[in-house]
Design a protein around this ligand. Structure first.
Ligand SMILES: [Zn+2]
Length: 647
């Protein structure tokens, strides 16, 4: 079996009843150069082999060998350790779909063989419950993560089936899902998993198989939430496991952020297939709560370490925030599905903000280390916990791996499949949502369209799109004008056009395109200050620097000698300037005028207001670098939000 030209990517909504945009076949969008090609290359050549080595070192592969009787010993890591293997396999599947690679193929073949050998005769598969907790399978759905792990297995299977045309993992998944259906299907136990994930996976499996049982099972797992019976981990209560309210009645994003957003992703998938309006209404309410009250400027979500949870409205501290990488990735997945359903640019905007900042900050630039939490303010390297459960609080670099290693392979699978999220089609034409140098080779109403995109995005806002092949009849090329962009100009074959941006935030050019037509879109990109909502107490009076899709941060490495980031302000009514610099792999730095202050304060933390003397200050030039590059030169002090002072 081989993958066909029409094989889908991570989401196949070609038959979904509620979608306005169609995701492209997997091979239709290829990133060919620039920023994202480089990121994908690092992921392919460094991160994926690194992941394989870490999964061996951490014992994940050994757990599977023990489950199949090939080895003896003690179980290593968390009881959901198999899911790291599956996410890594999913990443390799998408990657091999882009281009073959003998070494990765060999590594993956070894891992698939372990998974295959570990599966039990009745289809069950989970190395923890086959070894350390033998005899206890399906006894603790609240905490056991068995269905969660099954979900990641299914997603890996879908990737291999679609991208590579290999059905070994799919066969394993189908046997496991038969077993799950028998136990938890309409005639089975009315229970669900404490960690959502299998819902979105089962909908995608349905999109592969067309088997209604797979969709029914996804719906059952969604419908069974909100009974208030799961007690949560460590006393967090049912909200921790998304059991506090039925999905359709939820009015706010709450609890464990990854669980919340995997659940909304699955519920949104279910809406796409069944069209139940109550589900979409709930998703709209939850999205607004997240985007308008609980979102960091980086796109990160989850403001509390405690329970890895969403906080209350406007509870967005910069220093003690959690912002788990997986939560940002879950947000990407959810926003992508909402884009497909509505065609609204606000979802692709948030996808972009989250991708370039909240996700890209996790991997080190070298590709072999990862952040689990992504803070916006670090004092002297402290508060960068390596993981949810470990870490001394004073790591000097990104850790190479984590005891709970959910984030690294999650990043790997997103980067490997990134082309999927760039563009879509509908009956009227092509929509481009994310910008990268790429080759698009797709079909509009059965006719071939080929487009080359050239750009130095995100460093530069100019995009050149050359039409290589197209039908003679008119069709529309739609380009997202990002929310951050307030001035866009467009020309076709050198003739400037008046840009008309539709209500969804897309510039739509409908015309009889001809091969060799060239469209140039310029998204004017200038560095600017961003102000926070006045209710966010933690950063009131502060501003952040943003340029295009990139949020910037100030790291102590780049500031003048003797300037402490705890004692600076920016002079926000003076202009910012931008310069390319050769460090950090080649980035654009932003220079701002600042004030370094010396408070006349004494030893006490608090003073009567009337006795506070004015601080001395001196003008300094402060340097901001893209947030995603922070911590690559050793972790010192870093901050995104800085108090402002107008002079
Ligand atoms: Zn994670």
């Amino acid at each position: 079996m081989t993958a066909t030209e029409d094989s889908a990517g991570p989401v196949d909504n070609s038959k979904s009843v509620r979608s306005t945009l169609r995701a492209l076949p997997y091979h239709a969008a290829q990133i060919t150069g620039g920023f994202w090609a480089n990121t994908q290359q690092v992921n392919r050549s460094v991160s994926l082999p690194h992941g394989f080595a870490m999964l061996e070192q951490a014992g994940n592969f050994r757990n599977l060998r023990m489950a199949s009787g090939q080895e003896e010993g003690a179980f290593s890591g968390y009881w959901f350790a198999d899911s790291d293997v599956y996410k890594w396999l999913e990443a390799v599947g998408w990657e091999l779909g882009r281009a073959p690679d003998g070494t990765l193929q060999e590594m993956a073949a070894a891992a698939v063989a372990l998974v295959e050998a570990a599966q039990q005769a009745d289809g069950y598969l989970n190395s923890y419950f086959q070894t350390a907790a033998s005899g206890k399978r399906w006894t603790d759905l609240d905490h056991g993560h068995e269905l969660y792990c099954a979900g990641h297995l299914i997603q890996a299977a879908v990737a291999w089936y679609r991208a590579v045309g290999d059905d070994r993992l799919l066969t394993i998944s189908l046997r496991f899902v038969d077993h799950i259906y028998e136990l938890f299907g309409p005639a089975g136990r009315a229970e669900t998993c404490g960690h959502p994930e299998i819902e979105t996976a089962l909908v995608e499996l349905f999109r592969v198989t067309g088997d209604q049982r797979h969709l029914d099972l996804a719906q059952l797992f969604i419908d069974r939430r909100g009974r208030n019976t799961m007690r949560g981990h460590a006393g967090y209560g049912p909200v921790y496991q998304q059991d506090h309210v039925p999905v359709r009645q939820a009015t706010e994003v709450a609890g464990h952020a990854v669980r919340q957003l995997y659940l909304t992703t699955g519920a949104t998938d279910l809406y796409m297939e069944r069209g139940e309006q109550a589900l979409l209404d709930a998703m709209n309410t939850l999205w607004a709560d997240m985007a308008e009250r609980k979102l960091y400027v980086t796109g990160g979500v989850g403001s509390r370490f405690d329970g890895e949870a969403f906080g209350g409205p406007y509870e967005l501290p910069a220093d003690t925030c959690y912002c788990e990488t997986c939560a940002a990735i879950a947000s990407l997945m959810w926003n992508w599905r909402l884009s497909l359903i509505t065609g609204q640019g606000r979802y692709a905007d948030l996808f972009e903000r989250t991708l370039y900042n909240g996700v890209l900050s996790s991997p080190g630039l070298e590709g072999a280390s990862y952040l689990y939490v992504n803070p916006l303010h670090v004092r002297g390297g402290r508060y960068v916990r390596a993981s949810a459960d470990t870490g001394t609080g004073a790591e000097q670099m990104r850790p190479a791996w984590h005891s709970c290693a959910c984030c690294p392979p999650n990043v790997m699978r997103v980067f490997a499949s990134l082309g999927h999220y760039m563009a879509t089609t509908n009956d009227f034409g092509v929509q481009i949502h994310q910008y990268a140098a790429a080759h698009l080779d797709l079909r509009v109403n059965g006719e071939s369209v080929a487009i080359d995109v050239e750009t130095d995005y995100p460093w530069d806002g100019q995009l050149s799109l050359k039409v290589r092949e197209c039908p003679a009849a008119p069709w529309a090329l739609s380009l997202r004008v990002p929310g951050w962009c307030r001035q866009a100009t467009v020309s076709v074959n050198g003739n400037e056009l008046a840009p008309s941006i539709n209500e969804n935030g897309y510039l739509v050019l409908e015309r009889s395109w001809r091969p060799a037509d060239e469209l140039v879109l310029t998204l004017h990109m200038k560095p600017e200050y961003i102000a926070p909502h006045p209710r966010i107490d933690a950063i009131r009076g502060c501003v952040a620097v943003q340029r295009g899709p990139l949020v910037y941060c100030f790291e102590s490495h780049d500031q003048p000698a003797g300037v402490d980031l705890l004692d600076v302000k920016v002079v926000s009514n003076e202009p910012l300037s931008v310069e390319p610099v050769a460090i950090l792999g080649g980035v654009k730095a932003v220079y701002v005028t600042g004030q370094a202050t010396t408070a006349k304060w004494g030893g006490s933390l608090y003073q009567p207001l009337e006795e506070v003397a004015e601080a001395e200050s001196r003008r300094v030039q402060l340097v901001a670098m893209p947030y995603f590059t922070w911590g690559n030169r050793g972790m010192q002090s870093m901050r995104v939000w800085v108090p402002k002072q107008d002079v």
